[in-house]
Design a protein around this ligand. Structure first.
Ligand code: NAP
Length: 233
């Protein structure tokens, strides 16, 4: 099989869909995942109209059995995985300040934005070890940077700061396996999450995750990257 085998989570819309599109256009085997079967199918059909051939799979990143089923599917069909892109994310609390944020909202946000990438890394690392150049890319946000941390969007910021910490932990532990682990900030992007006033088109938001997946040197690991450049945590 030609091209890298790459899983993209939350790939039915927004930045994830565009990441999948750009990777497919460059010859990768993309496992396009979405939490709803119809959404995965509709996204795959959209890409097929452009002559691209994704492999659509259902994946709710917060459901244990869903992650297990994806892992078994990849093992059976591909026998290995080259890149995991943890893109799926939620922003539930908008401008909520840290003193007002509902703890249930914090827990739900952490489940999707932080614990799910950890679970996927744990479950898919055996498949990444079978690759000659395994990579994990966590789609994070400048809102998770400790440098310049604010108190608005409290649940979201906390989840992305923790995702950044997880990136460093995974990078350290997987270095011995030659697996690179980095966090990417897409910038403020015009998607359902970013809204219509965001600065960047979706193609620009997808650029750095795609670069980290296909072009970055394999020894670039444990970094926070925006616009293909290392930024402060
Ligand atoms: P989006 O348009 O809201 O899309 C989010 C995607 O995540 C959707 O496909 C959604 O699926 C999926 N998702 C959410 N929960 C899921 C779950 N439990 N299982 C599987 N998929 C799930 O957001 P986006 O702007 O493309 O954001 C993509 C990533 O970039 C996120 O991690 C976000 O935090 C990050 N980011 C975005 C911006 C921005 O300005 N847009 C800035 C910085 C970082 P459904 O369709 O089923 O809901």
């Amino acid at each position: 099989m030609k091209g890298k085998t790459i899983v993209v989570t939350g790939a039915n819309r927004g930045i994830g869909y565009e990441i999948a599109r750009q990777l497919l256009a460059r010859g990768s085997q993309v496992i396009l995942t979405a939490r709803k079967s119809e959404a995965a199918q509709a996204a795959a059909e959209g890409l097929e109209k452009d002559g691209l051939k994704p492999t659509a799979q259902v994946l709710d990143v917060t459901r244990h059995e869903s992650v297990e089923a994806l892992s078994q599917f990849i093992q059976a069909k591909f026998g290995k995985l080259d890149v995991l892109i943890n893109n799926a994310g939620i922003l539930l609390d908008q401008d909520t300040e840290v003193m007002q944020v509902d703890l249930g909202t914090v827990r739900t946000t952490l489940e999707t934005n932080t614990l799910a990438p950890l679970h996927l890394a744990q479950r898919l690392t055996p498949l990444l070890r079978a690759s000659a150049s395994g990579r994990i890319i966590n789609v994070s946000s400048g809102m998770g940077a400790l440098t310049g941390m604010g108190s608005d969007h409290a649940a979201y910021r906390l989840s992305k700061a923790a995702l950044n910490a997880l990136t460093l932990m995974l990078a350290a532990t997987l270095q011995a396996d030659g697996i690179a682990v980095n966090a990417a900030c897409p910038g403020w992007v015009r998607t359902d999450m970013g809204g219509p006033n965001a600065e960047r088109p979706v193609a620009q938001g997808a650029d750095t995750p795609v670069w980290l997946a296909l072009d970055a040197p394999q020894n670039l690991t444990g970094k926070f990257v925006r616009d293909r450049r290392v930024i402060e945590w």
